[in-house]
Design a protein around this ligand. Structure first.
Ligand code: 9MR
Length: 374
């Protein structure tokens, strides 16, 4: 076999493997090789990526990640925009990409107050439907979507963002019509549709004490009802001054103590001034120049501080690799991130593991170089 040099990136990270015939084949080291089997490392894909159009991003995805989640194409407004009209084209491409590349595929998300079309909750006259009708609509939605990808999706974010900071239930339409019952029902329907799929509860701001306690109560109540819940997804939408790493760790341990695994989902860290600590997309703040201080490039001092803080969190995830089963970035490279428009529209942010030139950030590059030197 001829010497095969696959590296194209501008930093080292080549894993040499001796072949049986005495020749050498090389493989680019990725983040997934650094992490090994401690936990899965994933990225959220947008539709340009899962359809194959964005080839620069896909090089990164194939090299560094062994898990993917759909950033948008499986949300209810995308997949069932009108009652009974399912649109699976983009979700099919996403799932096929994962299968072709032998990745653990995560479904996001089945029941969420946001990006859920109005028809879900209303009748012909625009009034709220009865609990019975909403139950039926949830069941049809969940069993159709989960059923279509049965055996292909490793796990589903069954319910997203249903508990608020004081630990109480978000006053969503699901809650208004069904009360607390909508969560166990969603888990039950998902399990019936694919008994082998893992099932997760996913939320942001999970370091906050009230929400932590609310989620712990929720896990207990699902388990008391005999329902399956495999893990809690702790969305990792972070900033330079939040969350407190100790509080974040406390929540990780609190969830694990209830007998579920922990997944760091939706990981990104804004390098910009914090305008608001929320991942709820209606919580926006008006643009001000002072909130967009680095429109050209990130100053070295901020870049260093950002990498240090990301590294501290990654070290925390590795420290708890007995309970952490997946760490997923919310996007591939900075140019794609939702953070460029949230909570303030039109900022230039630097929140992901790869920069706008598809190069790994320093803390990732260092981990790869260390692995390469060993
Ligand atoms: O990143 C997603 C963005 O492209 C969408 O416009 C937005 C609304 O659907 O959702 C973003 O992803 C959210 C995720 O689905 C749930 N947690 C918060 C994320 C950021 O809003």
């Amino acid at each position: 076999m001829k010497f095969k040099h696959l590296a194209t990136a501008s930093f080292c990270g080549i894993l040499a493997a001796a072949c049986a015939g005495g020749t050498t084949q090389t493989k680019e080291i990725g983040l997934k090789d650094v992490v090994g089997n401690k936990f899965l490392v994933g990225a959220a894909l947008n539709v340009r990526q899962s359809s194959g159009a964005d080839t620069s991003s896909l090089k990164i995805v194939k090299r560094h990640f062994n898990s993917i989640v759909a950033e948008n194409c499986m949300k209810s407004e995308e997949i069932q925009p009108r009652e009974g009209e399912f649109f699976f084209d983009e979700a099919d491409k996403f799932v096929n990409f994962g299968i072709e590349n032998n990745m653990s595929i995560i479904g996001h998300c089945l029941i969420w107050h946001s990006q859920c079309p109005d028809w879900f909750f209303t009748d012909d006259k625009g009034n709220n439907v009865s609990p019975e009708i909403l139950r039926q609509r949830m069941k049809t939605h969940i069993s159709t979507v989960v059923g279509r990808y049965k055996g292909k999706i490793k796990g589903w974010d069954v319910v997203n963002e249903a508990i608020v900071e004081d630990g109480s239930y978000r006053k969503s339409k699901f809650y208004e019509i069904l009360g607390e019952e909508f969560i166990p029902l969603a888990f039950q329907y998902a399990h019936e549709a694919d008994p082998d799929a893992e099932l997760y509860y996913n939320d942001y701001g999970m370091n906050v004490k009230g929400r932590r306690e609310g989620v712990v109560k929720l896990i207990r109540s699902l388990k008391e009802k005999g329902l399956r819940i495999d893990a809690v997804g702790m969305q990792g939408h972070m900033g330079m001054d939040y969350p407190d790493i100790k509080e974040f760790e406390e929540s990780m341990l609190a969830f694990a103590a209830e007998g579920v695994k922990v997944m760091i989902t939706e990981w990104d860290m804004s390098a910009l001034p914090t305008a608001r600590q929320s991942a709820n997309i209606s919580d926006t703040v008006a643009f001000r120049k002072s909130l967009n201080p680095y429109p050209d490039a990130l100053p070295d001092s901020v870049n260093t501080a950002w990498n240090k803080r990301m590294d501290e969190f990654f070290t925390l995830f590795e420290k708890h690799s007995d309970i952490v089963t997946r760490v997923t970035a919310w996007g591939v490279s900075d140019g794609d991130s939702w953070k460029n428009d949230f909570p303030v529209r039109g900022r230039k942010d630097y929140p992901l593991l790869f920069d706008r030139n598809y190069q790994p950030k320093d803390f990732i590059r260092k981990m790869i170089e260390e692995k390469d030197n060993n």
